[in-house]
Write a protein that binds this ligand. Structure first.
Ligand code: GLU
Length: 274
């Protein structure tokens, strides 16, 4: 039975972009006769708040979506992430370069536009007197994994085309020596998402095209950690009037604001094309 998931971070209120992703996931699960899980991605100790966790569950229920309990919360899974990091062993190395140093020596940009790390601590070791993060030695990781492929299903608007599987070669090297264990928490988005998709036996990952390039790194981690790779489907992003992706940090109108202004769940669905 297909297992899908919606994995919001409780660092703000849900907006129409999240509603699209959630509705897309629940609809795909229903069409495929599968289950949609909710997962709370709250690894960020500074930005994630219990009140946003409560609010997002209420908003999803208001939209008419439900999910099996218990809901997995990443903040309770740090041991699993530590184990995965230790499985990667010497493919990880400590790096204590600061943001400023990394930017000053950047060797280009990663798919998110962040400076690509030049590998200073891989060759010289960390200075040792400041907090360190752990990075993946990309060259050695690729030598171990060999060529990798991503299996995906095409998406047309709100529809998934289950019969039309596509495959492309993954290009994780675009991420350079990615950070897998942050300074402030014993994991990173990339590590925990891979560990939990496997732990929850997710078979189909549905998410926005903004995470399409991250998939390349995720299939590499799955290979290194000997975890199965799910199938991926990347849906369009909801944009504001200026064609920017909606984001909490840019103050996109929340579902709560819309609700307070009189919107019904049916209005949300209709606006998003469901
Ligand atoms: N937690 C991520 C976000 O809110 C989504 C992760 C994913 O779907 O892989 O953007």
């Amino acid at each position: 039975m297909p297992v899908l998931r919606f994995a919001p971070s409780p660092n703000g209120l849900l907006h129409l972009g999240h509603a699209f992703s959630a509705l897309f996931t629940w609809r795909a699960a229903a069409r495929l006769g599968g289950t949609a899980l909710l997962r709370i991605e709250d690894i960020d100790p500074e930005r994630c708040k219990p009140e946003f966790d409560r609010a997002l569950r209420e908003d999803l229920a208001w939209l008419g979506l439900d999910w099996p309990e218990p809901v997995l919360r990443q903040s309770q899974r740090m041991d699993a992430y530590r184990t995965a990091a230790s499985q990667l062993g010497d493919l990880l190395y400590p790096c204590d370069c600061t943001r400023t140093e990394i930017a000053a020596r950047a060797a280009g940009a990663d798919p998110d536009g962040a400076p690509l790390y030049d590998g200073r601590c891989r060759t010289h070791g960390p200075r040792g007197n400041r907090p360190a993060q752990m990075r993946l030695d990309m060259r050695r990781a690729l030598a171990r994994s060999g060529k990798l492929h991503i299996a995906s299903l095409p998406v047309d608007g709100i529809e998934l085309e289950p019969g039309a599987m596509e495959e492309r070669e993954a290009a994780p090297e675009r991420w350079g020596d990615a950070v897998l264990v942050r300074k402030d928490t014993p994991t990173s988005y990339h590590l925990s998402v891979v560990v939990d998709d496997a732990a929850q036996a997710v078979t189909l990952v549905t998410r926005g095209t903004d995470l399409e390039a991250a998939t390349d790194l995720h299939v590499l981690l799955q290979a290194l950690l000997e975890m199965p790779s799910p199938i991926y489907a990347h849906h369009r992003l909801i944009r504001d009037e200026a064609r920017h992706k909606l984001s909490k940090s840019k103050g996109a109108q929340s579902l709560r604001d819309l609700r307070a202004a009189g919107w019904t769940p049916a209005d949300v669905r209709r606006t998003l094309g469901f």
